[in-house]
Design a protein around this ligand. Structure first.
Ligand SMILES: [Mn+2]
Length: 176
């Protein structure tokens, strides 16, 4: 016989499991990265070994079907990534669409080269800028960060567009 107290305990346990599942979903997850690629064919990195203490960023110029620039910010052992079709704004107040894409392994920050025809993102990848960065704020819908690169320098802001698909953000350079 299930008494009232047991029922309450089960309900609470389910709530806790639900919360844990939600937390897990928020953890960086490289499954989408691995599932999109055939590593017998592409030389893209599979490793996530971090070297150095600083938190790094990279922008990769990716000439695939359409030229775009991939902005990647290291967070919790992986690279949070956005594809920026029109490139990284260098001057304040120029807003650029940045489409959130799958997390990439840390070692992708060093990748340059060719992705073979027929593979996901086929084309060439070149590092456009890289360096370290500091975060002022990282929320679900707003990221304020300060990259120190050769081209990307000073205050930058990413804002998630709510009306759109949740993957669309705006990237702009703030006034320092
Ligand atoms: Mn890309």
């Amino acid at each position: 016989m299930v008494d009232q107290l047991t029922k309450v305990r089960f309900t609470n346990l389910n709530k806790i499991i639900f919360q844990l599942e939600k937390i897990q979903i928020k953890q960086p997850n490289l499954d989408p990265y691995f599932s999109k690629r055939d590593f017998n064919k592409t030389k893209e990195p599979t490793g996530s070994k971090k070297n150095g203490k600083d938190t790094i960023f990279v922008v990769q110029e990716h000439q695939s079907r359409r030229l775009h620039y991939d902005l990647r910010l290291e967070k919790e052992g992986v690279l949070k990534s956005w594809a920026v079709p029109k490139g990284i704004p260098i001057e304040p107040n120029k807003k650029r669409l940045a489409v959130e894409v799958e997390d990439h392994p840390f070692e992708y920050s060093k990748f340059e080269g060719n992705i073979p025809e027929g593979q996901y993102g086929a084309g060439t990848v070149k590092i456009w800028d890289k360096g370290i960065y500091k975060v002022k704020e990282w929320r679900n819908d707003l990221i304020e960060f300060f990259p120190k690169g050769k081209k990307m320098n000073g205050k930058y802001v990413l804002v998630r567009l709510k009306k759109d698909k949740q993957k669309n953000w705006l990237l702009f350079k703030g006034r320092d």
